[in-house]
Design a protein around this ligand. Structure first.
Ligand SMILES: [Zn+2]
Length: 656
């Protein structure tokens, strides 16, 4: 492992707290050191208060901040002398500890100080760095882990047995550190948890962390336990209905819709097919705090009922001996290892499925390396249980109020790159859905850079491309709950006498046949949606009120309308609702330019303003108006409605 320290970069961070920010970010950049909110750092500074009194202040990472992106505001300043003194108490409950830390924080609005704050306080050094380095975990979780760690570091590191983070661990370290530490001490290993480094200087403390981790890496390499391959096997053909069925089963066990991210990359697939997978995957997490997101172990295969039963047994076994009464979390898995699908991660949001996948990717490394040292030894499950059911961790999960209505659900939107389609992407994202945007315009791919959006460039008239898009949606998010059929073409006006067969065929190919292909590809996924599938078809006012010169468009949209009505009839038995929106005069789309608007207005003897609002209510209809209705039609308001056709047009006189 290399130090990422760079003088020019460091110069951009002013002062001792600035350098604390910088080296915390350096640690955060390396995923084999810390992952997604894991690890923490601190610095002890002397500061003057308003009366000019000098006071020692511990700036410690606040909970909810990620090391890779932390800023000065992400550190909570606490009164060092007081917090350090807490470690001498005979006992301190978690709620008391949280209270003491909160009431001895010196900045209103600072984040809650890390649960490892007291531990940072008792270490005498100015800078303290803490990670959950993969390499150190592999050594400590191998047979005779403690002896190996002592052998590896000698005097260089104090070694502490596993104790859950919080007051007990800090109090133990406060007693044990002075006993073990000497001049050469550069760090402290917490068995089955992680490693600390410390120094008077930010760079030195950071580089000691790199050195300690490098020593573990070299130890593993010397024992031929560093680069461990997995048995290679060709990937199975991805069966999206299997993945969607799995997501449905897991969501039902969880009592909520969850997203599912599937990955059959060689590393995951190889591990899922490892001859010893049943033993090595069922020990527990690499470091206990993963359990909050991952549950203690992955499900093997797809038997959610068996997993839930085993989870209940784990809960009952451990809750019986817990200090306080516990309420069981849902018994659904958050990870699965399957010989065909590879690895599957389950979570409420796309970001969280990604985090679960990252955590397990590193867990695989840690396990395989410890195996190469003689056998992976996970922490006993009572320790994992203590973290999973720790009030402080539960509180983290509970915060944030009720989630948006489509959380855990997937919307697929065609013609997503512009106009009504793009507005639909925004409307569904705003309601918490993960969205797959299909469009033949490559702009669809980069429309939104966020984990809950997947853009797929796709010609919807090509059955193979539609099939591939359905696969991509399922791999990323686990299936499809909602489908918005929006893509369409509007051929230039022509009276029937001069309508070309090309224009006719093109309108039919895109407005009718492409939608048929999309419906055929996605129906099996919609059928498996955890809370029933929903389809919204973007029709047109031309269906009930065709216009002269628009034969190809009007006929194709009318055909689509009938297709949607038949789908409502055929799919109702699977709970799939199919409703249609008939917009009219939506001018903020790619089809309409200022010039075109002006010429059409002139043709009707109107100003552009009059033309835009040429409806009963004299209001303008925007893409957003259509998109908002499309999203609402997928929500609870329309739960009991199918085969409806709703206009969004400000009212059309000839249809009243
Ligand atoms: Zn830790």
């Amino acid at each position: 492992m290399k130090s990422l320290w760079n003088d020019a970069e460091a110069a951009q961070y002013a002062g001792p707290l600035g350098l604390r920010v910088y080296t915390s970010r350096l640690l955060g950049r390396d995923k084999s050191l810390v992952l997604h909110g894991g690890g923490n750092t601190s610095v002890k500074l002397r500061e003057q208060n308003l009366f000019g009194d000098e006071e020692e202040v511990l700036y410690v990472k606040g909970s909810g901040w990620d090391m890779e992106t932390i800023e000065a505001a992400g550190f909570a300043p606490v009164q060092l002398a007081y917090v350090r003194r807490l470690a001498s108490l005979p006992a301190l409950s978690d709620p008391q500890m949280v209270n003491e830390l909160a009431t001895h924080t010196l900045r209103a609005g600072a984040p809650a100080p890390s649960v490892e704050t007291i531990l940072h306080a008792i270490l005498p050094h100015k800078y303290v760095d803490h990670t959950h380095a993969d390499a150190v975990l592999s050594v400590s979780n191998a047979p005779d882990g403690e002896a190996r760690v002592r052998d590896l570091y000698g005097d260089k590191a104090v070694v502490i047995p596993y104790i859950m983070a919080g007051f007990d661990l800090a109090a133990h370290c406060a007693r044990e550190f002075p006993r073990q530490a000497n001049k050469g001490t550069a760090g402290m290993v917490l068995l089955s948890h992680g490693v600390f480094s410390f120094a008077e200087d930010a760079r030195e403390s950071y580089e000691l962390m790199i050195e300690l981790v490098s020593m573990a890496e070299k130890y593993l390499a010397a024992k031929k336990a560093w680069s461990i391959g997995v048995p290679e096997a060709p990937a199975a053909r991805f069966k999206r209905e299997d993945a969607a069925q799995l997501r449905r089963d897991v969501s039902h066990a969880a009592g909520l819709p969850l997203l599912c991210r599937c990955n059959d990359a060689p590393r995951f697939l190889g591990f899922a097919r490892h001859p010893d997978v049943a033993r090595i995957s069922q020990g527990g997490p690499a470091t206990p705090d993963h359990v909050i997101r991952t549950k203690p172990v992955p499900m093997l295969g797809r038997d959610v009922g068996a997993f839930s039963k085993a989870y209940r047994a784990y809960f009952e076994r451990n809750a019986a001996t817990a200090k306080a009464p516990k309420t069981m979390l849902d018994p659904a898995p958050r990870m699965a290892l399957d010989p065909e699908l590879g690895f599957a991660a389950f979570a409420r949001t796309a970001k969280d499925t990604r985090i679960v996948e990252d955590l397990y990717e590193h867990t695989i490394d840690v396990i395989l390396r410890a195996e190469a040292l003689g056998g992976w030894r996970a922490l006993e499950d009572r320790h994992t249980f203590d973290i999973e059911y720790w009030d402080l961790e539960q509180a983290k999960l509970r915060k944030g109020g009720s989630p948006p209505p489509f959380t855990g659900q997937v919307a697929v939107i065609t013609g997503a790159a512009s106009g009504i389609g793009k507005a639909c992407v925004e409307a569904f994202l705003a309601r918490g859905a993960a969205v797959v945007g299909l469009d033949r315009n490559p702009a669809a791919e980069s429309l939104f850079k966020r984990p809950d959006y997947l853009g797929v460039v796709c010609d919807l008239t090509d059955a193979a491309a539609v099939d591939a898009a359905a696969d991509a949606a399922t791999r990323r998010f686990g299936g499809t709950d909602m489908l918005v059929l929006n893509a369409g073409v509007f051929p230039s006006s022509a009276p029937i006498q001069s309508l070309t067969r090309e224009a006719w065929r093109s309108a039919m190919a895109v407005n009718v046949e492409a939608n048929l292909l999309v419906m055929q590809a996605f129906q099996p996924l919609l059928r498996l949606a955890p809370r029933s599938g929903r389809v919204v078809v973007i029709g047109s006012k031309n269906v009930p009120a065709p216009g002269p010169g628009a034969a190809a468009y009007s006929a194709s949209k009318a055909a689509l309308n009938q297709l949607a009505r038949v789908a409502a009839l055929e799919w109702a038995k699977d709970g799939i609702r199919v409703n249609t929106i008939h917009p009219n005069a939506v001018y903020d789309t790619a089809l309409w330019t200022e010039e075109l608007l002006a010429s059409r207005a002139k043709a009707y003897n109107m100003t552009v303003e009059q033309y835009r609002k040429n409806n009963l209510l004299r209001i303008e209809v925007s893409s957003k108006d259509v998109a908002e209705l499309a999203a609402e039609m997928c929500g609870p308001l329309f739960d009991k409605t199918t085969a409806a056709q709703v206009p969004v047009d400000g009212g059309t006189e000839k249809l009243v």
